[in-house]
Design a protein around this ligand. Structure first.
Ligand code: ATP
Length: 293
């Protein structure tokens, strides 16, 4: 095999709780992760000259060693003494610095892609162990689907796919640093969402109940700083969302809808505000990578 093309899906958090802060600065989380059908496309090609070359189509995405796909590919190639070269073409569609694990899912796709391209036969478990050294969400992004994520994000328990629904994604025209948000989180101030209740609702295929349990403690930081997030959540609900929330550290807001028409209307209304950089109507997806034939 000389070339492989992989779609790397974004995630949203249906629930996001922070339980504490470890001495090393990492936070203990309890999150419900959900892959959505919004993806970057990565093409991995062997090349004769040594080294990794990246081409990306987004001004905020670096093409050097700081790109997470570079780090992922380089780790695997060094470990397995691959001296052939690699070209990675990265077509970004997932909003950047948006709380949708764009970089982590690209890194996960790079681990999966390099493993396949060079036929390294590395197990998924080992890929996840390598992945967590790149980013806490990378192990989840190797599996994707619906999962409970605990520890710093690396303890994963798969969950059934929730009841079918439509998701509207609205990314305001601003970028948020995940480190800033966690750094400014006041653990004494937060109201913990009922993650166990959400798990029950997901298992029971009860969309209304699942949406009623949505909660993200990071909103206390990002939403306070950017009132546009509150406006977008309100807009989603006024246009028929069962519920609406910020994903991850933000600023992306998503709405969950039980009707495609209402989802499309909400997306149109979000477009009219003029303060969204990217809007999409999508659905939940069962896994984080799809290999294009
Ligand atoms: P998370 O939800 O995991 O917190 P995020 O969506 O908030 O992630 P990313 O889109 O992963 O944030 O990007 C954060 C920063 O990482 C960007 O500012 C970008 O410069 C850098 N970066 C490195 N590699 C990538 C990549 N492959 N895709 C996007 N950003 C990348």
């Amino acid at each position: 095999m000389d070339k492989i093309t992989i779609r790397a899906m974004a995630k949203i958090n249906l629930g996001l709780d922070v339980l504490g802060r470890r001495d090393n600065g990492y936070h203990e989380v309890k999150m419900i992760m959900q892959t959505i059908d919004l993806y970057d496309t990565l093409i991995f090609e062997k090349k004769r000259e040594e080294g990794i070359v990246i081409e990306a189509n987004h001004p905020m995405v670096p093409c050097d060693e700081s790109n997470l796909v570079y780090q992922a590919a380089s780790l695997l190639m060094k470990k397995h003494k691959i001296d052939s070269g690699l070209k990675i073409t990265l077509e970004k569609r997932i909003p950047v610095a948006a709380g949708m694990a764009g970089g982590s899912t690209d890194a996960a796709a790079a681990l999966v892609g390099v493993n396949r391209l060079f036929d390294l036969q590395i197990s998924t478990e080992e890929l996840k162990e390598i992945g967590v050294t790149i980013g806490a969400d990378v192990p989840y992004c190797i599996d994707g689907g619906t999962a409970l994520s605990e520890g710093i994000g690396e303890i994963l328990s798969p969950l059934p796919t929730p009841a079918p629904c439509y998701v509207v994604i609205a990314k305001p025209d601003l970028s948020v640093s995940t480190a800033y948000v966690y750094g400014n989180l006041n653990l004494k101030e937060i109201v913990h969402p009922d993650i166990e209740g959400m798990i029950e609702a997901i298992k029971n295929q009860n969309l209304q109940q699942m949406c009623a349990k949505m909660g993200n403690v990071l909103e206390t930081v990002t939403e306070k700083k950017y009132p546009v997030i509150t406006e977008l959540k309100k807009l989603m609900k006024e246009n028929g969302a069962v519920n609406s929330m910020m994903s991850g550290s933000g600023p992306t807001v998503f709405g969950i809808f039980d009707s495609l028409q209402r989802a499309k209307n909400a997306a149109q209304e979000a477009e009219k505000t003029g303060f969204c950089e990217q809007i999409a109507v999508t659905v939940f997806a069962p896994k984080a990578q799809v290999v294009e034939e």
